[in-house]
Write a protein that binds this ligand. Structure first.
Ligand code: PAF
Length: 293
């Protein structure tokens, strides 16, 4: 019978560091999977990706208040530590780090890590301060855990690129790895926020990824980008979306806009669309998928 060892939960930097230090002294590689809880299969795929790289896997659960805007869903964000811990145990996590807000931001905390350039457009333009909150907390988590690897999901591609930039710019001795977006059976990218969707919204939400993949395929077959993106936005609004915050074709590394398809340059389509109060994001590579062949 498969034996699952329960991971220990620690709540302080001291306990986290003591455990990680002992592992490293024993010669074990350590990987960190930062999360805000509300776990789903996408997070578990990050834990499994961490496992493939390192003998020891730490998952953090911290709903970071500084990355939520004033009118965003901080209070409503799903919190269920018992369920999350159960899922992490089954996925092979060794240690769960659950700091409270005063452990992360003690009295007098005034430092912000701000990555310029790659954070200014797309989600950065629509969620002022969001990426400062993300890079500050991720910098702290990396310093607190001191892992060899940290794993992030490709669904939050702009976040991933911003974190890579920070780690490079600040010479942090940590390898950042990414793991592909995990999708529901109808292609909707998994997200903790999908649970906010009512049944009718959930049906509409499934159209987002389909429109995105089809648009990427058209562009990769040579259709003009501006025309494809404008048709895609209109179709999504006609399908029931309440608004499109952005729909952009960009270079996948520097996140600069691209105005025509060049197979030599890795590029992606990025979208944020609103359904009621829920904001969904997704991104896909611009490549031929065979959808329009
Ligand atoms: O992607 C997330 O869940 C969060 O932005 C992260 C990286 C855990 C930082 O709070």
């Amino acid at each position: 019978m498969l034996q699952i060892t329960r991971p220990r939960t620690v709540r302080t930097v001291v306990e986290l560091r003591d455990t990680v230090r002992d592992w490293r002294r024993a010669g074990d590689l350590v990987a960190l999977t930062p999360t805000m809880g509300g776990l789903h299969e996408g997070h578990l795929s990050l834990v499994r990706a961490a496992r493939r790289r390192a003998k020891r896997v730490v998952a953090s659960i911290f709903v970071n208040p500084t990355q939520f805007g004033k009118n965003e869903d901080l209070a409503a964000y799903p919190r269920d530590e018992v369920r999350d811990a159960e899922m992490l145990a089954n996925a092979g996590c060794d240690l769960i780090y659950v700091p409270d807000t005063s452990e992360m931001y003690p009295e007098g905390f005034v430092t912000t890590i701000s990555v310029d350039g790659v954070t200014t457009e797309m989600c950065g333009a629509h969620r002022p301060g969001h990426f400062d909150g993300v890079t500050t907390v991720v910098c702290k988590l990396l310093n607190q855990a001191q892992p060899d690897y940290a794993i992030f999901g490709e669904k939050d591609w702009q976040q991933l690129i911003s974190i890579r930039r920070m780690v490079r710019d600040l010479d942090m001795p940590i390898r950042i790895a990414s793991s592909p977006t995990v999708r529901e059976s109808d292609g909707l990218a998994m997200s903790s926020r999908n649970r906010y969707l009512a049944a009718d919204q959930r049906r509409i939400a499934a159209k987002l990824n389909k429109a995105l993949f089809a648009s990427a395929d058209h562009i990769a077959h040579g259709a003009p980008i501006d025309r494809v993106l404008s048709a895609c936005s209109k179709a999504l609004v006609a399908a029931g979306f309440d608004g499109i915050d952005y729909l952009d074709a960009r270079d996948a590394r520097a996140l600069d806009p691209v105005d025509h398809f060049d197979p030599q340059i890795e590029s992606r389509l990025f979208i944020a669309a609103r359904l009621g109060k829920t904001r969904l994001i997704d991104n896909v590579p611009i490549e031929r998928t065979g959808m329009t062949e």
